[in-house]
Write a protein that binds this ligand. Sequence first.
Ligand code: ADP
Length: 522
Amino acid sequence: MANLVPEGLTADVFNQAVAEMRAVVGKQWVFAEDQAALRSYRAAYGATPDEAHLPSAAVAPDGVEEIQAILKIANDYRVPLWTISTGRNFAYGGPAPRKAGYVVLDLKRMNRIIEVNEELAYALVEPGVSYFQLYEHLQKTGSKLWIDPAAPGWGGPLGNTLDHGGGYTPYGAHMLMQCGMEVILADGTVVRTGQGALPNSDNWQTVPYNFGPYVDGLFTQSNYGIVTKMGFWLMPEPPGFMPFMVTFPKQDQLHDLVEILRPFKLNLIPHNGAIMADLIWEASTKATRRQYYSGKGPIPPSARRKIAEDHQIGEWNLYAAFYGPEPLNKLQWEPLEAALRTLPGIEIYYEGDRKGDPTWDYRRDLMRGIPNMTEFSLMNWIGGGGHINFSPICTPYGAEAMKSWAMIRDRANEFGFDYIGEFAIGWRELIQVLMLMFDRTDASQRDAAYNLFNTLIEDFAKEGYGEYRTHLDFMDQVAQTYDWNDHALLSLQERLKDGLDPNGILSPGKQGIWPEHMREPR
Ligand code: ADP
């Protein structure tokens, strides 16, 4: 007997649904009574208590037919399903459902690497394939293709791409590299997008578009379907790889750094998305806060200086790389290097210059397509487990970077937290990530983190900055900020939801999109 029941269902009806799911996937692949198993799906790092997002059950199908059978049961009994792939996007809620009581549809067992095409450099995978698994597969088979892992590498390409995630090689914009999907709609219909819609086509993973509207994006950050296969492009191993790191001693050098990078990035130099990590993000993979400061509130400047000295790091730390023939890499680096060298006090490091530095090692590996888990050691900075990411977008101007950085820093300090953050500069966008760390065992810290997050969403919306992704607890608030023309976008998303999933069984509330029966008036 399950303990928790989805909203609106009686225990009897729910138990009947669970029994039918067991008949589909086998008893051992439905978890309903085993509280320890269910707790493994909690939002383990969030600012709200575990109970806010505990599922009533989890079901782990192995294949399209089993998913179709589960969908039929969910439609018959109105059981809300929450789909996850590897469920490792922890700073945004991980495997947990939007509301307590949903049934997690866990696709980890579907972890087949269906195809790797060495000549055309692409892969087609199932949802449960992790970055580690794909990397090991390519190593074992002697492939000359690189993957583009997220940090940390226990997530997978399918779930990460669906959540608009990114990586650190030139293939880091995962949405741009995605090519062809297989999706099951709420009524059980299986759709293949792009050239996959043409029987016998060889181009499913080479040409992203089909005849007519391009629909792949509809299944990302959405609750319109269950993606069961996804294709994406892989990077051929380049003849040379030249990673570098630059440290900047002053906080306000962020301004000039972004001004220097923008015109280069528009010309794809450096070749990957460059990361600018602040002092504490950088330090937290090698030290703890207590080693430098045990007081409350933000770390004082004297302690910051000591951290910088001890670890040879800057207030900002730039990581990027060049990929290609060595002479070409050097030629492309020269003008960027010359521009950076106009900034006082900077230091430049190359491969071999930072032996024994775990941060250099993991950043270099990520830029080289080698998955790892080192970034998780950020968690040791404070201890206590809490971390959620606030991730706003701005334009790559120095003044914008400074403004949005100061907005977060000041609010974080006001609520008693350090600024721990980084910027990623892409082709034309600048994404800032605040790693909001807190002691999850302390209710007052949890509340402060929650309130800070909500305040930041409001602050940023007022200035015209949106979040590119968010934690479960803040999906409604963020969706409400995209409200141009009386919420026309959200209204369109809701109309699509009503048409595609009239019973509202797929991930209700994901990204603020609720089915009609759960929708609150605006
Ligand atoms: P990762 O692989 O990075 O761990 P997740 O499995 O947590 O990513 O997926 C990220 C989010 O994307 C999930 O919370 C879920 O809302 C959505 N999602 C994941 N897998 C699917 C899928 N197969 N179909 C539809 N949505 C999915």
